[in-house]
Design a protein. Sequence first.
Length: 309
Amino acid sequence: MDANNHGFNEMNTTELPKISIVTPSYNQARFLETCIQSVLSQGYPRLEYIVIDGGSSDGSVDIIRKHESDITFWRSRPDEGQSDAINEGFERSTGDLVAWLNADDFYLPGAFLMAGRAFSSRPGASFYFGNGWRVDETGHFKAPFVKKNQVYFNRNGMIYGLNYILQPSSFINRRSLFQVGLLDTGLRYGMDTDLWIRLSNLSSPQPISSFLSASREYDDTKTARGSFERVEELRQIASKYSGTCMTPGVLCYFLDTLYQSVREREDIFDGNFQKSLRMFWAETARLLSKFGCSSEGFPISPDPKEIPE
């Protein structure tokens, strides 16, 4: 890859950190080509790319082999799931910054350069995170993840509220990652939430007010299918760090999940019940302001305690 064709020059090439990207994948051939190309087309001069496939049988391996000359390491065999695969990639990584990009998501042009510059300006941050786009199954852009591109970090908002960090737009300081430990393989849905909280306890992260990635939202994603099982896992994570069995954020997520469920059975849950549920949901969301967040769960300003000097 020719770094100069992507806006890099000899001076900033030597100053940029090495970035390691890990893509976990299992039978995601319909998305994998776009994912891989979004990594390689960055033209980033100090890139390490690791693909951990769980033994796919849908043509994914052929796609990986097509690009293997630009992939640092790849393997395809059964593993213990997404977190296990990501951790294996992390352990193989050697970059200053590490990140994982699920096979159904993709990076936007210039993402690595912006993450690299953020690291160079503040190498002591535990992780770096930016904005991104919500896209549908076909990759059609629907809406920005963070409205008005106001990207802030608020630790209490994360613990007592909702996870407002877009995972594919996040890059982790590898040194910090190995200090706090890798992903908790016992978690299926909230391993990123747990990791952001642990990392932010070490040092405050650095927001990046740029669009770095696109996250697909469709019915077959693990998040969409998680339902009440996902709610309970998030409740356990919040309880671990807040010391309370229920937080406003988890309750909001529970009410959202509950509302989607009762709408499917109007023969049981009539309109009056649904209206009461929406009112309770709105009152619960109002509590998020106590932790510096909007009713949607996004920080409305930086937490003064988290602003680096």
